[in-house]
Design a protein around this ligand. Structure first.
Ligand code: FRU
Length: 454
């Protein structure tokens, strides 16, 4: 018998969700019920690479600390279980509720020949799932149509499904019972495919003034209006993400009105995890908002405040001059960090961080942020730039100016290099404020050891 320390491996993310073992990709079936956030995910239970896809399942009380449960939905004669979404059927519109608990319904793609859309339900807070006996509920339409995202449309009192068809084409459907669907309208999202999302958000926090967002697999989106029947676009296709490892993001359903946030998690596609028992990781969950900018209304994305739940030691600086040759961080080392800073650019040509050997550089003349071969434009506000950074063992997520831009990266730093540096070049900048929090691992001690035969 071999005893292995699961969750402590050298390249195991410590505050990003990974499957205990084997492959994962898209987040699926995100909803909230009775104090639990549900995260289902595309999962190969028997292999380190993509294949044999089922829905894996994890729950959390804060979207930060996760516990993986038994796999929820397994392949059947209709095919593998591809991506989809989840809702709580508060009004029992599908008639699945059998006891006091509301039925939770997951809507997914049966990836057979051909691809069609199916549903499964749970009457025990998501612990066990039963497939609807008359699946599929929406037959084949085009190509490998897939990835149904279902929402409750309050004013028309119907369910609305966003579905990927093929090429750059998506469509919306409506249903009163999650079982029969009618086609509402088609939406083309140039440059995008797969994994749609659709949601309404206040603009600048004003609940009287809302817009709808229609979102595609690569994180590009359009803004418009939606009356329960037709989505009317009001923007070109916009970009929400400038990094290299961000895909198939989805937002949570059934967040209570008392909270009211639009919360999202993504697959950090493409990471490398040499010799690990798992493969791939999720992003850190983010809150989405809409704000008016000089360019028009834009989606902002920044880490959820619950990151505080894993804050440990705090370091803080205010009003410090950053000049060539001076590194404030020579006493701080770390592998798991939450960094927040506001920097007045002054006459510096460049400022940035070097975190575990990887640089994050802002160049004043071009107003560009660079990291790991990618760049993003970030206009200073009153001569200042704000950066928020999440550093885990194998990932780096950067948020500029309160979420105006985000850059998500997987990387493989030298495990021994825990050095940090903040620097300026070609002149002086001023650190208005800088806070660094060390973070603790989300994996509980009881999960650390597992008996294994072989
Ligand atoms: C996106 C995707 C989806 C599909 C799933 C299969 O990453 O290709 O379109 O449903 O992954 O795992």
């Amino acid at each position: 018998m071999v005893r292995r320390k699961l969750y402590q491996e050298v390249y195991r993310p410590q505050f990003h969700f990974t499957a205990k073992k084997n492959w994962l990709n898209d987040p699926n079936g995100l909803d909230y019920y009775e104090g639990e956030y549900h995260l289902f995910f595309q999962h190969n239970p028997s292999g380190i690479n993509w294949g044999n896809i089922v829905w894996g399942h994890a729950v959390s009380s804060d979207m930060v600390n996760w516990k993986q449960l038994a796999n929820a939905i397994e392949p059947d004669e209709l095919g593998m279980i591809f991506s989809g979404s989840g809702v709580v059927d508060w009004n029992n519109t599908a008639g699945f509720q059998s006891g006091k608990e509301r039925a939770m319904v997951n809507i997914y793609t049966s990836a057979g020949k051909p691809f069609a859309q199916s549903i499964a339900y749970s009457n025990d807070r998501g612990r066990t799932w039963r497939k609807y006996e008359k699946n599929p509920v929406l037959g084949h339409i085009a190509g490998e149509n897939r990835d149904p995202k279902v929402i409750w449309h309050t004013s028309s009192k119907r369910w609305v499904m966003a579905l990927y068809l093929d090429a750059n084409n998506y469509a919306l459907f409506a249903s009163t019972n999650l079982k029969q669907w009618i086609r509402l309208c088609d939406i083309q999202l140039l440059g995008c495919s797969e994994c749609p999302d659709i949601f309404e958000l206040p603009v600048d926090g004003n609940a009287e003034k809302t817009k709808w967002v229609f979102w595609g697999g690569n994180g590009n989106y359009i803004i418009g209006t939606f009356d329960g029947r037709i989505f009317r676009r009001e923007s070109e296709v916009l970009q929400s993400e400038w990094g290299a490892n961000f895909y198939a993001a989805q937002t949570w359903s059934d967040i209570p009105d008392s909270d009211g946030r639009r919360l999202q998690i993504a697959w950090m596609s493409g990471g490398k995890y040499p010799d690990m028992p798992f493969n791939q990781q999720m992003s850190f969950p983010c809150q989405l908002t809409l704000s008016t900018t000089p360019e028009g209304i834009r989606l902002y994305r920044r880490p959820i405040k619950e990151i505080e739940n894993i804050h440990q030691k705090e370091y803080s600086w205010n009003n410090q001059i950053l000049e060539p040759g001076r590194n404030l961080l020579s006493d701080v080392q770390g592998g798991l960090l939450h960094i927040q800073t506001e920097v007045e650019l002054g006459n510096a040509a460049e400022f940035g961080f070097i975190l575990r050997g990887e640089s994050i550089r802002y160049t004043t003349a071009t107003s560009q942020l660079f990291c790991l071969g990618k760049s993003a434009s970030l206009r200073p506000l009153q001569g200042k730039i704000k950066l928020e950074i999440l550093l885990d063992r194998t990932s780096l997520e950067i948020f500029g100016n309160d979420g105006r831009i985000s850059m998500s990266f997987c990387f493989l730093p030298d495990a021994r290099d825990r050095n940090l540096k903040i620097y300026s070049l070609g002149g002086k900048a001023r650190i208005v404020s800088l806070k660094i929090y060390e973070l603790r691992s989300i994996w509980p001690e009881s999960e650390l050891e597992e008996a294994d035969n072989g």
